[in-house]
Design a protein around this ligand. Structure first.
Ligand code: ATP
Length: 320
């Protein structure tokens, strides 16, 4: 098959009739026998945005992505992906959407280059194997059989196939799980490049810093439902922030703060809804007493804090 130069950065043709949303999901439900893994979720992903689905283990993220990809069937709700229903229009969607599953389905006997060339014959989008080999640091592995690749190398090859020809929509299930920090950084670059070229990306991740680095908006799932959605900044702001410092045990007269103060020997931790106000009061108090705070740390809520709150709210809801 003749190869045209890479079209990877070609702009998406404007479509006046196209909805503002690449993905619209309403009331999605998915059952596995008696178990309902997805329990009536709504999602909207705007065209050109990077959207991250986060959540606790078993929350239903992969199940949701499988429905968007046309691999999983739903028991209720409506789903529109690039204006099509993935349950009935999978063939048409396949040409416009790149997908990276949690487990790639490679042919172990093929080399990396042979795998890319096979892909070139299977999909209509055009791209150059060399571009992907370079982009995902696989050039030195081009003649190695896929069965001999490391887990991280396989993950990168899987990602290369998903972004092949820069499709309109790319769906990535935990794209950087198992990657070393440098490979993770390069993967983020590749995802941002897709966005710069006008593509839409939906991904799942367990890493807060990944969602922070990439996502315009996120949804956090728990037990088959969307517990909270919005920008990460908005979501993080719903939970208390904190700061901590080490103080000599002889210092006991701590200042009045709006947050809760936890003291464990020399270590003081403050959990607060008013980080700026409490931190200012604390620093003013320390300065007035000449107390040095060499290991002072202040941070917004972590993903662990948010999951903790989501779990607790769920428990409270179950108890009502
Ligand atoms: P993780 O973060 O652990 O990857 P997830 O949010 O992607 O989790 P899913 O893989 O969508 O979660 O699974 C949601 C729930 O559905 C889990 O309880 C899982 O055990 C269950 N489940 C997934 N696939 C099947 C299946 N084929 N048959 C039965 N139950 C399934």
């Amino acid at each position: 098959m003749t190869q045209t130069p890479a079209t990877a950065a070609a702009p998406v043709a404007p479509d006046r009739a196209a909805s503002e949303y690449a993905v619209e999901v309403q009331g999605l439900r998915v059952r596995y026998g008696d178990f309902e893994a997805v329990r009536g979720i709504d999602l909207e992903v705007r065209r050109g945005e990077i959207f991250a689905l986060l959540g606790t283990n078993g929350a239903g993220k992969t199940t949701t992505l499988e429905v968007l990809e046309g691999f999983g069937s739903r028991s209720g709700g409506t789903v529109s992906v690039l204006g099509l229903d993935p349950a009935t229009d999978r063939a048409a969607l396949r040409e416009r959407m790149g997908v990276q599953l949690q487990e790639g389905g490679f042919v172990d006997e093929l080399t990396v280059l042979e795998t890319l060339r096979l892909w070139d014959r299977l999909v209509d989008r055009r791209d150059r194997p060399e571009r992907l080999l370079d982009r995902f640091e696989l050039a030195s592995r081009r003649d190695v059989r896929v069965g001999k690749l490391s887990g991280g190398e396989k993950r990168r090859l899987d990602l290369a196939l998903a972004v092949w020809g820069s499709p309109e929509l790319v769906i990535l299930d935990e794209p950087t799980t198992g990657l070393d920090p440098e490979s993770r950084r390069r993967t983020w670059d590749a995802i941002q490049e897709l966005q710069e070229a006008g593509r839409t990306v939906v991904l799942t991740t367990h890493y807060l810093e990944e969602a922070e680095a990439l996502a315009d908006r996120v949804a956090i799932m728990h037990e088959g439902q969307v517990a909270v959605a919005g920008t990460l900044t908005e979501i993080v702001a719903t939970q208390p922030a904190g700061f901590s410092a080490t103080l000599p045990e002889t210092v006991v007269d701590l200042p009045e703060l709006s947050g809760s103060v936890h003291r464990d020997g020399e270590r003081v931790r403050v959990c607060t809804d008013d980080l700026q106000g409490d931190l200012t009061a604390f620093l003013t108090w320390a300065a007035a007493r000449g107390v040095r705070l060499p290991d002072l740390r202040a941070a917004p809520a972590s993903l662990a804090d948010i999951y903790h709150a989501v779990r607790n709210e769920q428990l409270e809801a179950n108890a009502r």
